[in-house]
Design a protein around this ligand. Structure first.
Ligand SMILES: NC(=O)c1ccc[n+]([C@@H]2O[C@H](COP(=O)([O-])OP(=O)(O)OC[C@H]3O[C@@H](n4cnc5c(N)ncnc54)[C@H](O)[C@@H]3O)[C@@H](O)[C@H]2O)c1
Length: 333
């Protein structure tokens, strides 16, 4: 098998997972470039994959694209950084896996999407949960079921990265983090008709939580009506501190069955035949990254479960939540 030359733009936490998955799950990968505006992070990646950093470390993505000519790129930069880098990758015709959220405004995302389509480029977006066995079991199970209501939730604290705590740099928790559950809802129930979302601040004091300048919503609740008729309520909260753990995930209420899904952990389906329990199978980011590299190598994109366009649709849904919070209005799609 020919070697696939991969490069990384953004050498922080998330691309570290992609590096790890490439090392663990994929053969014949050649690491040709590591780009980060903080050069020492790029050096750490080179060290991690045990390659000579000479000629592989870049501060500027343009220079890396020009000099290393990768076959595939993993891109994981802070959400507000999107917009300038992608057109340069697309212009060179290099397939890329990009982390969610793919932008913080629709204009940027739609412009990039149009460039990708014009080029017919292979892309993948980091909606890892689509690749879990548990998600696929849920999708198969509800296929012929009548689903009325569903609830989803992502509860937690405040992630450590500096850009997360501000709306301008992360988009807030719905857009940056809980977009995973919103995307899962789209994957399971189809496209949304409208959303109404209430959000609030007042529990988190940025200084007390160790994140001065914090201005994202502490919690929100979105009610989405899907074209399929499903009504899904999604909770989002980043104010938890001490106290009991809260179960993130999703519950789906069918006419004759209930599905209880614990985020990236387990699934319980109760129906007339009893209780069926499932545990998470193979780690999903690895499956996702294999699907992307397989597509790059063969041109067969059938294993990619979320491409750039899918990511744009989930971005639209989460940005609509922010708009609804700000305006108090229901947002129609
Ligand atoms: N799919 C998932 O489950 C998942 C999990 C975590 C994070 N993410 C997403 O991944 C993205 C990155 O998150 P992270 O946790 O790795 O953040 P991070 O801050 O740890 O890493 C981002 C890196 O990008 C670098 N960077 C910034 N501007 C750059 C530029 N112009 N060129 C090159 N490098 C640049 C930063 O210096 C930093 O090292 C975010 O969009 C986040 O939402 C996805």
């Amino acid at each position: 098998m020919a070697t696939t030359k991969v490069a990384f733009i953004g050498c922080g936490g998330r691309n570290g997972a992609h590096v790890q998955k490439c090392m663990e799950n994929l053969d014949n990968i050649e690491y040709v470039g590591f780009c980060d505006i903080e050069e020492e992070r790029a050096y750490k990646y080179a060290d991690r994959v045990q390659v000579d950093p000479e000629g592989k470390i870049f501060r500027d993505y343009r220079e890396m694209l020009e000099k290393t000519k990768p076959d595939a790129i993993f891109m994981a930069v802070p959400p507000h950084v999107h917009g300038e880098i992608e057109p340069a990758i697309i212009e060179k015709g290099i397939p890329f896996l990009i982390e969610k959220p793919v932008a913080l405004d629709m204009k940027t995302a739609e412009h990039i999407e149009s460039l990708i389509k014009a080029k017919g480029l292979i892309t993948a977006a980091g909606f890892q949960d689509r690749y879990q066995n548990l998600t696929q079991i849920m999708k198969d199970y509800i296929k012929d079921k009548k689903v009325g209501l569903a609830t989803g939730a992502w509860y937690g604290g405040i992630p450590g990265v500096w850009w997360w705590r501000r709306m301008e740099t992360s988009g807030g928790q719905v857009v940056e983090q809980n977009i995973h559950i919103f995307d899962q809802a789209r994957y399971l129930f189809g496209e949304p008709l409208y959303v109404n979302c209430a959000g609030a601040r007042g529990i988190v004091n940025g200084d007390e939580y160790g994140c001065p300048g914090y201005n994202v919503h502490d919690y929100s609740s979105a009610v989405i009506k899907f074209k399929s008729g499903v009504i899904c309520t999604i909770f989002t909260g980043c104010y938890t501190k001490g106290g009991p753990g809260r179960q993130s995930g999703m519950n789906i209420y069918c006419q004759d069955a209930t599905l209880e899904y614990a985020l990236r952990s387990w699934l319980k389906i109760t129906d007339k035949d009893g209780v069926h329990e499932y545990q998470r199978g193979k780690e999903q980011t690895g499956i996702q990254d294999e699907a992307f590299i397989y597509a790059v190598r063969t041109g067969d994109t059938s294993r990619i479960l979320a491409d750039y366009s899918e990511a744009v649709k989930s971005l639209r849904l989460t940005l609509a939540c922010n708009e609804s919070i700000e305006t108090g209005r229901t947002i129609f799609f």
